[in-house]
Design a protein around this ligand. Structure first.
Ligand SMILES: [Zn+2]
Length: 140
């Protein structure tokens, strides 16, 4: 009896929490992991059910090095009584995936494209666990 690949993929998708929820649950436990495709070896972020490179549904979780390079930075201006300015960065991880995050421990306007940063788990805008970055070498 033939069992098609798409049937087993559909079954897999319906089991357990989605990849976004898995990512968030790992962060809540202090674990920063991204997906890696067991089909083509590509790293995958944001969390997905299907590899965007090869279409495989066989995605595992691996710990990235946490080392990355700032690709772009934006300063969001906000009144002090509303929390003050903050930065939004796009960071290219060594694994070849791009994350939206922020860089802590440095003045917003000193963050520049090409800057080396390293990841840690901090707090997102609503106090939730989130991946944030520090300038590399900063022993925070
Ligand atoms: Zn793949």
């Amino acid at each position: 009896m033939a069992v098609t690949t798409s049937d087993s993929e559909m079954t897999g998708m319906e089991n357990g929490p989605g990849p976004d929820a898995v990512f968030a649950a790992k962060l809540a436990e202090g674990v920063f992991e991204i997906q890696k495709c067991n089909g083509c070896g590509a790293h995958v972020f944001h969390p997905r059910v299907i590899c965007p490179t090869c279409g495989s549904a066989d995605l595992g979780w691996v710990a990235p090095t946490g080392q990355g390079t700032v690709y772009a930075r934006t300063i969001v201006r906000r009144k002090p009584e509303r929390g003050g300015d903050y930065n939004v960065v796009l960071v290219d991880l060594q694994e070849g995936v791009r994350m939206m995050s922020r860089v802590d421990g440095i003045a917003h306007d000193e963050i520049a494209a090409g800057m080396k940063v390293s990841a840690s788990i901090g707090e997102g805008p609503d106090g939730e666990p989130a991946v944030v970055f520090q300038p590399e070498g900063d022993a925070r």
